[in-house]
Design a protein around this ligand. Structure first.
Ligand code: NCD
Length: 344
């Protein structure tokens, strides 16, 4: 079966097909209302979520399917010490497709490897969040009419912001896409995300006039080991109606939400502020993705990487806590080793 751990598990052709299906769903919802009748989505959320969990569950309901849900690690056997691999095997006996969110990076990979039904990563720690990216992509497509020739500003917590990482993976596949990474020095992109088409800056004001899209994000309080550092950095950026005057007339503002105070409420009235529309796009894209995966006969391959005398350096990686999990690495063209689970 086919699972989606990161957005690059989908080809650009498949992304376009998902956008087309999502647009059709939004125009003709009745056509899809029984499309997943008698199918069950297991919604496993081991980390807080409002819109991702509800939009997955709403998506399955609107396709005529059912939902089994676990919300919070405390209410499942994970609290008793069950491994991700065992949880995935068990849930495969009860549902037809899984959506999973987990604080450990690489958790969705391990779950998908052990599940016998399709699985969708709904966010694994600070690593990836591909279905938020599908929402972002549909929003970009509907507002700009294209995925190529864009300058995209990414602002806020670029170190821990998994939505930023997945969006970059998606967009770097299109022609002439450039990124302006706007963050405090302490929250720059992780080194494994760095490529040639990224300009890094700490100044939102300087970046604004260049951008076709501004992707704002909150500072991710829950991912800081040092809460004093969070307090120091939490007010790094705030997009206001005043600052909006520095943008191009067709620069759209996206945000995965939740917003803390990095976008002033006054910006919401600007027609280029599309973050609430983005949440609706997310539901339609999740409907399109569930439909696709339930009907896909191909197989994802999770038997990758080699075992060796190395240990992943990332203390948030799933391989640090699942005792039986082999440490596995892929060697890139420069000879560096990358953890198969968390990419560090
Ligand atoms: C994002 C997430 O969970 O990573 N939210 C979401 O899925 N809509 C962004 C965030 O929490 O800041």
């Amino acid at each position: 079966m086919r699972s989606v751990i990161d957005i690059t598990d989908l080809t650009t052709k498949e992304v376009q097909e998902l956008c087309d299906t999502a647009i059709d769903i939004s125009k003709n919802p009745e056509k899809y209302q029984n499309a997943c009748k008698h199918k069950k989505l297991a919604s496993l959320f081991f980390e807080p979520s409002t819109r991702t969990r509800l939009s997955f569950e709403a998506a399955m309901h609107e396709l005529g399917g059912d939902v089994l849900s676990v919300a919070g690690a405390d209410s499942s056997s994970t609290a008793k010490g069950e491994s991700m691999a065992d949880t995935a095997k068990v849930v495969s006996n009860y549902a037809d497709i899984i959506a999973i969110r987990h604080p450990r990076e690489g958790a969705a990979f391990v779950a998908a490897k052990n599940a016998s039904i399709p699985l969708i990563n709904a966010g694994d720690g600070g690593h990836c969040h591909p279905t938020q990216t599908t929402a972002d992509l549909l929003t970009i497509y509907k507002t700009k009419g294209r995925f190529d020739n864009l300058i995209i500003g990414l602002c806020g917590d670029l170190l821990y912001g998994r939505t930023v990482h997945s969006l970059m993976h998606a967009m770097e596949r299109y022609d002439n896409v450039k990124f302006v990474a706007i963050s405090p020095d302490e929250l720059k992109l992780p080194s494994y995300m760095k490529t040639d088409n990224i300009e890094e800056t700490t100044s939102l004001e300087e970046a604004l006039p260049k951008l076709d899209i501004l992707y704002m994000t909150r500072i991710q309080r829950e991912r800081f080991d040092d809460q004093n550092q969070y307090e120091r950095l939490k007010n790094s950026y705030r997009l206001t109606p005043e600052l909006m005057k520095l943008t191009k007339p067709d620069c759209y503002i996206l945000h995965p939400l939740p917003r803390v105070d990095e976008i002033a409420v006054g910006v919401d009235n600007d027609p280029r502020a599309v973050y609430f529309e983005q949440t609706l796009n997310g539901k339609h894209m999740r409907m399109a993705l569930i439909l696709k995966l339930l009907n896909d006969t191909s197989n994802s391959n999770y038997d990758i990487g080699e075992e060796g005398d190395f240990k992943c350096i990332n203390n948030k990686c799933i391989s640090q806590v699942e005792q039986e999990l082999p440490q596995k690495f892929i060697t890139d063209s420069c000879g560096s080793k990358r953890c198969v689970y968390c990419d560090n």
